[in-house]
Design a binder for this molecule. Sequence first.
Ligand SMILES: C[S@@+](CC[C@H](N)C(=O)[O-])C[C@H]1O[C@@H](n2cnc3c(N)ncnc32)[C@H](O)[C@@H]1O
Length: 242
Amino acid sequence: MTRDFSFPTAFASPTSIDVRLNDAPLSGTDHTDVGLQSWGASIILSGLMCASPNRFALDKLQPGATIIELGAGTGLVSLTLAALHPHISSTAPAIIATDYHPAVLDNLRSNIAVNFPENAEPPVHTMLLDWSRPTIPHEPVSMLVAADAVYDPEHAGMLRDCAARLLKQDGIFWLIVTVRVVGKFEGIADTVEAAFVDEQCPRREDFGVLKILQREWLEKQRGIGRGDETGYRLYRIGWADA
Ligand SMILES: C[S@@+](CC[C@H](N)C(=O)[O-])C[C@H]1O[C@@H](n2cnc3c(N)ncnc32)[C@H](O)[C@@H]1O
């Protein structure tokens, strides 16, 4: 199934960022392939980034910066960022969309090709990255992004520890969590706060303590996300003085 997304921008031109995705309905046979769909959180986050890039400090990324998306699924956020960034700055960050599911990574690569057919070097790269044993890049990462990546009680802690290994001292981890108050995912969004209580926060002598620096509630929008989604929590996570 092809899905087209169009996110309004605050610029005079372009007035929108357009992304086309191969977005499969859930097969029902492989419950691990949830990354073949674009979830409400990635649509909300992509829209907010296009509407106000400065709110996400996208204008502050230094030359040579790297953005890694964790649990990228169809890659909507990474593809949006890649299409948006040339309108923010002349120096493009390296954008790496990561996931751990082979079918999801295959679909991700084809979505990149569909959106950037003329680029000899696509502006989004893919990489296998499992939150439970993350590959450590050569350089610490300026920005981490994850959308709807907390849907199991273990995920928040895995993502926290993964961020502690990947994120630069002045880097930002944008985590958007879907709040579901009915069904089998009820209460799982609350595991983020539990993963960041003071004694659980990762500490590094040189960087300080990795903590939640800001939280924001985002209302569910009509026509976006599934019926069990009641809203979203957007977290800004980063290193702070211990
Ligand atoms: C609910 S989907 C969200 C996909 C996408 N971010 C979105 O919002 O549309 C969760 C994604 O996390 C990936 N994932 C789950 N556990 C993972 C792990 N341990 N390491 C890396 N990716 C994982 C899944 O393969 C899937 O693509």
